[in-house]
Design a protein around this ligand. Structure first.
Ligand code: ATP
Ligand code: MG
Length: 251
């Protein structure tokens, strides 16, 4: 029997906490370890897509949501072997507006994923910094949630309450997908560490053992078509992302 597909939604409505860094580099780390992954960029900023696919693509998620193409046909091979990508497309904001009146509008992505012909074992979705319909579709389609928390931002844990409330609304109290937080931009700051850890405990959200350190490799040429894990395979963040892939049993 084939293993059921895992779909990880990387969410936090707080901006700049590392959703894109985590989703993109985790996808690359899984591929580096021999796995296959479909990376879906569900943020109109397109930062995940530009890190994985510098030349872009003819069709994107916007065209899937507006039924100009199928999800299968929107998939493009990336230069990172093992990572396939769906870019956001030019008109994702308009597509999101157009979804408002649709029947079961929060289940659209889940339905598109069901139509995939290929046996894609793992899907990682990078979400925008809000909990609008695009993020809600990713959360509805996912089997698990990963919430990056930034140590650069002692307030980044405040986003958790809204994520949890949205999940409770979508799934009810008993049927919620498992959710983990990952500490990004880790640095030695006891005060912030304590504050974040208190916030996580208060919300009952477990933290992954692996933490992603604060490193400048993430600032280097974001549009060079290579995530940090690939451009700096021997760096500490690359090692950490491969460890994260192992901790989450993705490889
Ligand atoms: N571990 C890290 N060390 C240093 N810089 C980092 C790290 N993680 C992310 N950054 C930097 O922080 C900025 C925000 O990261 P990123 O784009 O991944 O966040 P985001 O949550 O996806 O943002 P948005 O909400 O706008 O989508 C980027 O410039 C990125 O290079
Ligand atoms: Mg982002």
């Amino acid at each position: 029997m084939p293993t059921p597909r895992r779909v990880i939604a990387v969410v936090n409505q707080k901006g700049g906490v590392g959703k894109t860094a985590v989703s993109t580099n985790l996808a690359a780390a899984v591929a580096q370890s021999g796995g296959e992954v479909l990376a879906i960029d569900s943020d109109r900023q397109g930062n995940m897509a530009s890190q994985l696919l510098p030349d872009g693509a003819d069709y994107g998620l916007a065209d899937v949501y507006t039924q100009r193409t199928t999800l299968q046909d929107a998939i493009v091979r990336s230069p990172t072997v093992g990572v396939d990508v769906v870019v956001p497309g030019d008109k994702l904001a308009q597509a999101e507006l157009g979804m408002v009146g649709a029947v079961k509008r929060e289940e659209m992505l889940a339905r598109h994923l069901e139509t995939l012909e290929d046996d894609v074992p793992l899907v990682i979705i990078d979400c925008p910094p809000n909990l609008g319909l695009l993020a809600v579709n990713a959360m509805t389609a996912c089997t698990e949630l990963l919430i990056p928390i930034s140590m650069q931002d002692s307030e980044s844990v405040t986003g958790l309450a809204d994520v949890m409330a949205t999940i409770a609304q979508l799934f009810g109290p008993t049927d919620q997908p498992p959710l983990r937080a990952i500490l990004n931009r880790d640095q030695k700051n006891r005060r912030i560490a304590q504050r974040l850890s208190d916030g996580l405990t208060a919300h009952g959200v477990p933290l992954t053992t692996v933490r992603i350190p604060e490193r400048t490799v993430f600032h280097a040429a974001p549009d060079d078509g290579l995530p940090a894990v690939v451009s700096h395979p021997d760096s500490l963040p690359a090692t950490r992302f491969r460890e994260l892939a192992a901790e989450l049993k993705l490889v």
